[in-house]
Design a binder for this molecule. Structure first.
Ligand code: CP3
Length: 335
């Protein structure tokens, strides 16, 4: 029996749709907070196969979702290249800014396979416990990772966005390096047991169309083609957040099997046969009650006859009561 999530990614429409949630493992769950405290730092949690497997499986045990997403982070890739990424308590990730060829030359793809071995071990542990759920591997897309790398952390990404204009040679070299690294790291996740991979391009919508084509669509196309050549049956979900009018052409040009829709996306703007994932507003899940009932119905109506994976339009918020997630699962499963 093919897993329900994989059937939809192969273009089948299922009723009720398979369901998982971005950031389904995380601080809104008391069991996550307990494991996180046991691990010490966030990177220690990501790099402990047993603990990363444990937190990956926590939301599946509680809610019976249709997919497990590897518990890791998009900065594991540049960390594994030798970039000194740190996660302070509550203040978000920080890293030394990479703004010239000399800084870029300190980062090494050769270290990635060895330093990410614990991630592949975690996938092997998770794969044993999956049951009917599918295993999703992931990476940050090159542009979004580059935003944080150039700025040195989160914010408005003015440094990175100015760099794309000021020094296109450097910026393209960074994107190319991350594209290679992403192909390698996702290939490793698939070899370890990931059945689907997702590319998170959280900040894709910050780029004007010409740069969106070179720094978002082109790398996603290269990554998808390279993975397709090595692993023809493994679907790729692309999530260029806030891509707006560029989402349909992204889907067409990259060859991804499905697109993630952010909360602003109207599925009517996408081709009828394209598999789509999303896009309940995480704030409707936070609100719960009758608003949640209405919004779940609205998402299902808007998607119409497309192959659909029910999800949020962005990650679950840490203030979300776990009971609202249980209610969401009931509502989606009730059809
Ligand atoms: O979805 C999942 O359950 C899988 C795990 C996952 C994490 N990060 C765990 C995490 C995934 C898929 C990500 C992706 C990610 N990481 C993205 C793209 C998706 C998105 O949300 O836009 C981005 C931009 C990041 C970068 C990142 N990691 C930030 C900005 C932060 C700090 C913000 C925050 O929520 O604290 C992180 C840390 C992080 N990654 C946490 C988790 C559960 C919180 C760490 C903690 O426990 O303190």
């Amino acid at each position: 029996m093919t897993k329900r999530l994989l059937r939809v990614l192969n273009g089948e429409r299922l009723d009720p749709p398979p369901l998982w949630l971005m950031r389904q493992a995380g601080r809104y769950l008391p069991e996550y907070r307990a494991t996180r405290a046991r691990a010490g730092g966030f990177l220690d949690l990501c790099m402990s196969p047993e603990l990363a497997a444990e937190v990956t499986l926590q939301p599946l045990r509680r809610f019976g979702l249709d997919a497990a997403i590897l518990f890791s982070d998009i900065f594991v890739l540049n960390w594994a290249m030798g970039h000194a990424v740190t996660y302070g308590n509550g203040e978000g990730p920080r890293m030394p800014p990479i703004r010239d060829a000399k800084a870029l030359a300190t980062l090494r793809l050769e270290h990635v396979a060895e330093r990410t071995a614990p991630v592949r071990d975690a996938i092997r542990l998770i794969a044993r416990e999956l049951g009917p759920a599918a295993m999703i591997g992931f990476a940050g897309a090159p542009f979004t990772v580059a935003c944080y790398m150039v700025d040195g952390g989160g914010g408005d990404f003015h440094e990175a966005r100015a760099m794309a204009f000021r020094d296109p040679g450097f910026f393209t070299a960074l994107i190319d390096l991350l594209t290679e690294g992403t192909i390698a790291t996702l290939g490793g996740q698939i070899e370890a047991g990931a059945e689907v991979v997702m590319l998170f391009d959280t900040w894709a919508g910050l780029l004007p169309p010409r740069l969106f084509a070179t720094h978002v669509t082109a790398p996603a196309k290269r990554i998808t083609a390279a993975l397709r050549a090595r692993f023809p049956t493994i679907p790729v979900i692309g999530f260029p957040r806030l891509a707006g009018a560029s989402l349909a052409s992204y889907a067409h040009e990259t060859g991804v099997q499905a697109v993630g829709m952010d909360t602003q996306t109207d599925p009517a703007t996408l081709p009828p046969g394209l598999a789509v994932q999303g896009n309940l507003d995480p704030l409707a899940l936070l609100a719960g009650g009758e608003a949640l009932v209405q919004e779940v119905a609205a998402v299902r109506r808007a998607v119409g006859a497309r192959p659909h994976i029910f999800n949020l339009g962005h990650g679950i918020l840490k203030e979300t009561p776990p009971e609202h997630v249980s209610r969401l699962v009931e509502l989606v499963r009730a059809g």
